[in-house]
Write a protein that binds this ligand. Sequence first.
Ligand code: UDX
Length: 439
Amino acid sequence: MRMSVIGCGYLGATHAACMADLGHEVIGIDVDPAKIEKLNSGEVPFYEPGLDEVLQRALASGRLRFTTSWDEVAQFADAHFLCVGTPQRAGSYAADMQYVDAAIAELAPRLTRPSLVIGKSTVPAGTAARLAEYLEQHAPVRELARLAWNPEFLREGFAVEDTVTPDRLVYGVADEESAAILAKIYEPVTVHGMPVIITTRPTAELVKVAANSFLATKISFINAMAEICEVAGGDVSVLADAIGHDTRIGRRFLNAGVGFGGGCLPKDIRAFQERVGELGVSHAVDFLNDIDAINLRRRQRVVDLALASVGGSFAEKTVAVLGAAFKPDSDDVRDSPALDIAASISNAGATVRVYDPKAMDNAALRFPKLDYSPTVADAVSGADVLLHLTEWREFRELDPASLTPLVRNPHIIDGRLCLDPARWRAAGWTYEALGRPTV
Ligand code: UDX
């Protein structure tokens, strides 16, 4: 099939490359010419394991190209995947819909033959109905410009895997033709036998925000338990293992630490609260306020522990931070707990030295005031305290004994609870972690 992918960020670039790799004819469009140039030359403009190969293979097949021209997109494709961002609106909890609306405004007047627009972006409930009406009013083909909602659940770091072999596919449709087109598009994926849920457009919109709210709740639940462990002398990691053996609970997404960040979970639970409020039932998701608050409290807890470890003042102190990305195997620093903590400590007067295997450039763009070190050894040199805030494999495999002679004070705060306390203590370090006994 001939399809377009509108918006070539983490979601769109991956979707375009994977769809072409699966055999479709794909054109990707983005407003950023530099991004389009990179993609056309086979370069992924962000770090995503495995995506380079898929992109290069798809380009070489001749089935994939990228453009900035809406005319080209409308002439070429019969199906249009909407993959633009819906970030948090400045000064509000609501989703900023300007990129979605701008894309539809460009596309609609160019739809001169029967087309299916397929929304993948995470949007407030009711968006699909609004966009469908807009298409019907502004597309020359009128009601033959159809609209479906097909939410995306991809995780950064596993984007290719999640696109090619997703846990499930959800088709939110208003007519059978749209469901049939989606079935045809995803045939190379569904041959593997994953569940397909065909439902209404509002349900499909809600599935996505419900899933992200549930995941955020699971993380904040275990982080709330970590707060309690800290005062009751418990170990939240052991607690998570123990409750996780109950298959009704499950161990996945129960890793306590500095909490969730990234371009999705934080802004999605806020936009959900905003939209649910507009729908008049805000009490239904009042609990998400607490989920957000627990999450942000964990960041402050690391700042407080670091401050206590250096004797109550950051003046003249050096703090080493391992990790800038919001999670490992990503260079994404949007709402990253690690960077947020680093910036707070820097603002409080410390010299903060940050090292991350992949996210340094993005971090420096966002927080140019922090010192960025080319290696772990450089970051920890002369440090009064070391913070482990993103669980990259490189950090888990560090030999603490090799770092002891480099620091001013061997004190580590493990914000991801995945270092081995015994090893660090044996190498002369004071090891502290969120939700774990200090000794
Ligand atoms: C998330 C959803 O998982 C995905 O389905 C959706 O499409 C987009 O949002 P992503 O943002 O890539 O994906 O990251 P995810 O792996 O979900 O992690 C989110 C955050 O939660 C990270 O900051 C991670 O460090 C944190 N996290 C995750 C925890 O703190 N503990 C855990 O147990 C799991």
